[in-house]
Design a protein. Structure first.
Length: 148
């Protein structure tokens, strides 16, 4: 039984990895701003968007998109938030992406979704930071250096 569970968990991890490699059409056609707009429109809480970037290298754009997707999914599932904000900007050759909510806080940075994001961001020599004090909302912030 434990071997079957272990195999199922590995298959789930493999599927998750495969899914991360498939980019949504809205992202490939419209870029990060369009992708964030689409994600926000599917989120059950109001999302304020401030994305001031144009097209980016594919790996950077995809990583930023998945940071926003995971963070907004967590807002919808766990935060009990009334409002969220997404910001993306480039400063000093680094893309900064932040998702903030006014929910209950207490997010676990070691949860599988956030650990996967941390690995994805680290693969581009970036950093992922999660601040989530109890009763203080959550901030998920990624800093991704741009190539060149």
């Amino acid at each position: 039984m434990s071997e079957a569970l272990e195999l199922a968990e590995q298959a789930n991890a493999d599927l998750r990895e495969l899914a991360h490699g498939i980019l949504p059409t809205v992202l490939t056609r419209g870029g990060l701003r369009t992708g964030v707009d689409a994600l926000a429109s599917q989120t059950p809480v109001p999302v304020e968007i401030d994305v001031s970037v144009d097209r980016l290298p594919t790996a950077v754009e995809a990583t930023a998109y998945f940071v926003v997707a995971e963070a907004l999914t967590n807002v919808a599932k766990h935060a009990r938030a009334g409002h969220a904000e997404v910001m993306a900007q480039i400063e000093d050759g680094t893309l900064t992406v932040q998702v903030r909510d006014d929910g209950v806080g207490g997010a676990r940075p070691d949860g599988s979704g956030l650990v996967g994001l941390r690995d994805r961001v680290a693969a581009l020599d970036g950093r992922l930071r999660v601040e989530s004090p109890a009763d203080g909302g959550t901030l998920v912030s990624a800093a991704i250096p741009l190539p060149g």
